[in-house]
Design a protein around this ligand. Structure first.
Ligand SMILES: [Zn+2]
Length: 253
């Protein structure tokens, strides 16, 4: 069994609905992995184009602003790349078309780990209904990871683009009520906050830092760490199989 507390994948891809979803949920972990040498990719299904409601704001302008903020946030965390799929914000659907787009990104980047949300969460708390885009992105991401990305005869046209089937080793699900893994982000909490603050358009009158720090401290309570992010981990390929697969998938011989 992998020691997941100290596990550092070679590469990780986070697939989310909006700019700032990664920063709220898993940037501390991604920054820790990036610091340790992992390649990290962000895939944003929408560019959050209805997420700025100031007078005179258009969807196009908002998307441009938010993509710039997202790029800055990715840079702060040490992500290698950021992909914008530019699906409509607020109207995201887990279509076969979106699944295929995600399969394309997975086969191209070849992540060892994919991180995404939990599509089953509707009532995230007594005060919050999980955004339908979050559920849609998570559904599409999971369906792209398994089994589609790893099946050569599915989306075969991608093979013609030179994108060979890719199996993902593990999926990290955030935002679940039931989580098994609490990862310390003591070393990267400040990076997480700085990355979150890069989304300036979302926090015109308040600093999200205190609240996010509080949540991270809450998760860490009694676990010998100060700040934590929480995940449910699904291991799709065991250690032995992965050792063979990673050589094959990366053409390492
Ligand atoms: Zn969101």
């Amino acid at each position: 069994m992998t020691d997941e507390m100290n596990y550092i994948p070679e590469s990780a891809m986070a697939i989310v609905a909006h700019p700032d979803d990664i920063e709220f949920s898993c940037t501390g972990t991604l920054a820790r992995w990036a610091n340790a040498g992992a390649r990290v990719s962000y895939v944003l299904c929408t560019s959050g184009d209805v997420g700025i409601a100031t007078p005179g704001m258009t969807r196009e302008k908002a998307a441009t602003i938010r993509e710039e903020e997202a790029k800055e946030a990715a840079k702060i965390a040490g992500a290698t790349e950021i992909i914008f799929l530019r699906e409509p914000d607020g109207l995201l659907q887990p279509t076969l078309d979106l699944r295929k787009k995600l399969v394309r990104e997975i086969r191209r980047f070849k992540p060892e780990v994919v991180l995404t949300g939990d599509p089953t969460v509707v009532f995230a708390s007594e005060f919050y209904i999980n955004h339908p885009d979050h559920r849609a992105a998570a559904t599409a991401a999971l369906d792209a990871v398994f089994p589609a990305a790893g099946q050569p005869n599915l989306f075969q046209e991608l093979e013609d683009e030179g994108l060979k089937a890719h199996k993902v080793r593990k999926v990290f699900i955030y935002g679940q009520q039931q989580t098994g893994l609490f990862l310390s982000i003591d070393e990267t909490i400040e990076i997480k906050l700085a990355a979150l603050r890069a989304h300036k358009s979302q926090f015109p009158n308040w600093d999200p830092g205190d609240r996010v720090k509080e949540w991270a401290a809450e998760r860490a309570k009694g676990k010998g760490m100060q700040y934590a992010e929480a995940f449910r981990v699904i291991t799709l390929e065991d250690d032995q199989t992965w050792e063979k697969l990673r050589h094959k998938q990366n053409n390492l011989g």
